[in-house]
Structure formats: structure tokens, C-alpha cells
Design a binder for this molecule. Sequence first.
Ligand code: PLP
Length: 441
Amino acid sequence: MVTPSTTSGSAALFRRAHSVTPGGVNSPVRAFNAVGGTPRFIESARGALLRDVDGNEYVDLVCSWGPMLLGHAHPAVQEAVVAAVARGTSYGTPTRPEVELAEEIVARTPVDKVRFVSSGTEATMSAIRLARGFTGRDLVVKFAGCYHGHVDSLLAAAGSGLATFAVPGTPGVPAASTAATLVLPFNDRAAVEQAFAEHGAGIACLVTEASPGNMGVVPPLPGFNEFLAETCRRHGALFVSDEVMTGFRVSRSGQWGLDGAREGWRPDLVTFGKVMGGGFPAAAFGGRADVMGMLSPEGPVYQAGTLSGNPVATTAGLVTLQHATDEVYAQLDRAAGIVGAAADKALTDAGVPHLVQAGGNMFSVFLFDESAGDVTAVTDFAGASAQNLDRYKAFFHSMLDQGVYLPPSAFEAWFLSSAHDDAVLDRVLEALPAAARAAAA
Ligand code: PLP
């Protein structure tokens, strides 16, 4: 493997980028602010490997933040995309690939109908508008630490009391946009009961990551999603399950396939993105036929998009899903188990208090101070925020220096692909002990 030597090419591009783009990046986490150092400018990727502009090669444990389920430049996806591009790239009309991708999604998940959009943000924003239009109510419940894209009403921080309304989570969001949002601690049934007891008649929907991966990996406690679905049903609110990250990644049908199908709950609306776009900007929201029937042009709730259902993006998504077989998911589960166990062992050997936590084949590593004692579970954002972030910085940079690209933030999931074969995994396993020692220092 080429181990990172120079990063001068990335550094030069980062300087140029700074003069024309805020922070030099088009999405904040890419700037490495949480870990420091020079963000790598990637020039190409194949399978499980990234190559930067300086020729350094990295095993990719980010996979474009989830989408690259089959690895980079998968031959079948590439071939289909090239053929699609040759037929033209956007017509602003209905097309065959969007019908076929919608059929594939409906066949795999609990939704009756889907509408395509171009990003996960649009998917959750549209699902909330639809829930409000369907119920005639305004209030939205979300959980602290769950990310649903940069939707104004969901960039919200908890108010002063448990069931009080939220305040803007960023400048630029008007207080009016979050005044109808309630932010609760994840996995906390009592908080949900209280919010619905006080505001149930006004709640349009509760939106949750089906299994959160945006505060590190913090899976729902057994039965929690079922409890949410049932609570919403009792109060006439819609249950919106955000599967933008988990959909088609943790199983053929996402998190619902892991627990919903078993427990018998069904969301009213689901949002999708990432894997279903095959590396292109495509996302979707879908759900019950009667709810989706409220959407324009069938119903009165307006929603639209110039590039929605783009033929190249939906082709990439369709071929990706066609190759996302049971064998692929079995391989991903196994690979996640191997890397998670090796990280756990390396950190134990180095004496670093830690927790490796998995939700299906997504997992992340929480590193703590000695004073944290033996942490056996992180169940909410407060628990995730107890991490020692300096330890993650040291861990991250040691892995990077050894040619393994981890998420440049301690609050993110690690992602694998079906291209992460044993030879690739060995590179990760070899790097972990030194990184664990760096985290201990
Ligand atoms: N929902 C979840 C669970 C996500 O993880 C993300 C992005 O990471 C989004 C929504 C927003 O998707 P996008 O970045 O495509 O707008």
C-alpha cells in the first residue's frame, strides 16, 4: 500500500478552495474541523479504495457517507450509468428508470408509493409538509442527535423543558420555524409519553432516524420504534421513519427489515436517500397510499423538482439495488463484525475506555476519559456527547497516516461496502493497534 507521504497537492487545492468557497468545502464535515489537518482531495476511487491528488491510497470507511454500498466504480453501475448518459441526461419528463426504481423500493420496503427528490434534506422536508397537509396539524416531534438534513424546522435545539418548543439550532433559522418543533431525548419513552400527553392533538408527525447514525451509531432500544409507531397511531399523528442512511444499507429493506418486519410496526412515511441513488443525487419519500395520495398532482399538497427522478441517478440507484442481494448484506454484516471486534480489542489492549456500538452493519467507536468508567451503552445524544474528542482526533490521524480513511468526526458512523474483502479488511486490522495506542497517549 502507498502510505501517505505528502499532502501538498491537497493542501494547495484547499487553499484555492478557501478563496472561492466558504471553508473550502461544500459540506462542513469535509473540512476536517473536528479532527484538524488537511482534508484529502480525492481524485479517484475504485472498490474499497480512495486515491488522493498526491497519489496516497486509503481504505475507505466512509463510503461517501453511506451511498457506496457496492464500493466505488462498481462495473455494473458504471456501465449502466455510461449508457444512460449516452441517451441524454435530463428530459424533465417521466422516464422508465424512475418507474423501475420506484417498483424496486415499493417491493423492498413498507411503502405503497414513492416520490423522488434530489437529496435527503428534500425528502424529510417534503415528508413533513405532507404529514402536516394530511393531518391538518403543525407540530413536529424529533430527537436530539438525529439529523434529517438541513431542514429549517429540524435544525432545532431542545427548549428549556422536556415538552417545550425548540429554539433554532443555527443562525438563519427563524424562531418561527422551530416554534412548532419539539426536541426529545432519543430512546426516552417517558419523554415521548409526556410530549404526546401535553400536545398530542396538535402533533402532525414524529420523525426519527430509524436507527441513528448521526450521533455516532445509537440504535433504538428493542421495541422503541414500535412504541413510537403505536404512540403516533393513538394520537392521530404520522410516524415518519428516516431511512436516508439505513435504507438499503443495513438490510435489503433498511432498518424496518431488521426490526419493523419482525415486530410488526409500519411507518406511515419513510424517507430514503444515499444507497438508492447509487452515488448520484437521488432521494425519495414514500408511505401509505392514502397519505401519498394527498401529494400534488393527485392531491392538494404541493411538491416538485426539476431534476427529481433524474434518469442517470435513478439508473444508478436501480442497478445498485439490483446488485444489493442477501449475500451482499451477509458479507457486510460479517465485515462490520470483524472490524468492530478488532477495534474493540485494540482499544482494550491499549487501555482506552471505549465502546464499539453497532446498528446492523453500521457501527462507530466512542472513546472516553478514564473517569467515564465502563460504558456499556450509549443510548442518546447526551451519552454520545460524553466522548473525549481529542482521543478520536489522535485515533483518526493515526489511521489516516496508515492509509485508512475514517469519518473525520467522532459523531459519525463507519461504513463498509461489498468491495471490502478480506485483503482490504486486513489493512484496517493492521492499522488499529497503533491508532489505539495513539488514542491512549
Ligand atoms: N436523514 C439522514 C438520516 C441523514 O443521515 C442525512 C444525511 O446524512 C439526511 C437525512 C440528509 O440527506 P442529504 O445530505 O442528502 O440532504
